[in-house]
Design a binder for this molecule. Sequence first.
Ligand SMILES: O=C(O)c1ccccc1NCC(=O)[C@H](O)[C@H](O)COP(=O)(O)O
Length: 214
Amino acid sequence: MSRLAIKICGLSTPETVGAAIAAGATHLGFVHFAKSPRHVEAEQLRALAPIIPAHVERVAVLVEPTDEMLGELVATNALTALQLHGRESPERVAAIRQRFGLPVWKAISVKTRADIDAAKAYAGAADRLLFDAKTPDGAALPGGMGVRFDWTLLRGVPISIPWGLSGGLGIDNVAEAIRITGAPMIDVSSGVESAPGIKSVDKIMAFCKAAQPL
Ligand SMILES: O=C(O)c1ccccc1NCC(=O)[C@H](O)[C@H](O)COP(=O)(O)O
């Protein structure tokens, strides 16, 4: 069985980036979305990059980004993937992948089984799907709100490209989420925070341990 991939999302400081790496995270997420308490600018990303070893992936999280915005982030040379967390169409996902030459992930907002079925449209366009909970209507953010969906919706669903599970994961439920879904990758943000946008070193450590019990 291959190793579980763990993405700690919404990082912004050297201390918490270091903690995620030490805890065994395989992927680090950096949110570039002005309304988010986790927003990082391209300059912050550039400054954090040197402390991240090459084997750890760095993923920018964006919501319906313009090409100009993408160009600025990709030019930092700090990234290994782009995660699109808005209403980007399969055509837009494919165009971004072709233009910027990085793997592109598509977040799929899930409330019902139909949302999961609709994700099939991204096969061939996205390099990875991230099944995340749909945030409430009118919410300020499309992710990072600690909302979970019914994990049993993923049971028995054939998914033809790499994928991950996200939304409302935390120290107390991550093992159960993996058991129910068989997710090869998990992603967490608010579940390892002490306040919105403030990552907790202790919670990052505990989460990674809970996800990979010996
Ligand atoms: O985290 C944010 O602030 C954010 C803002 C805009 C778009 C996406 C965002 N986060 C996406 C993520 O990948 C989160 O890790 C994911 O939604 C899970 O969050 P949580 O339920 O808090 O663990």
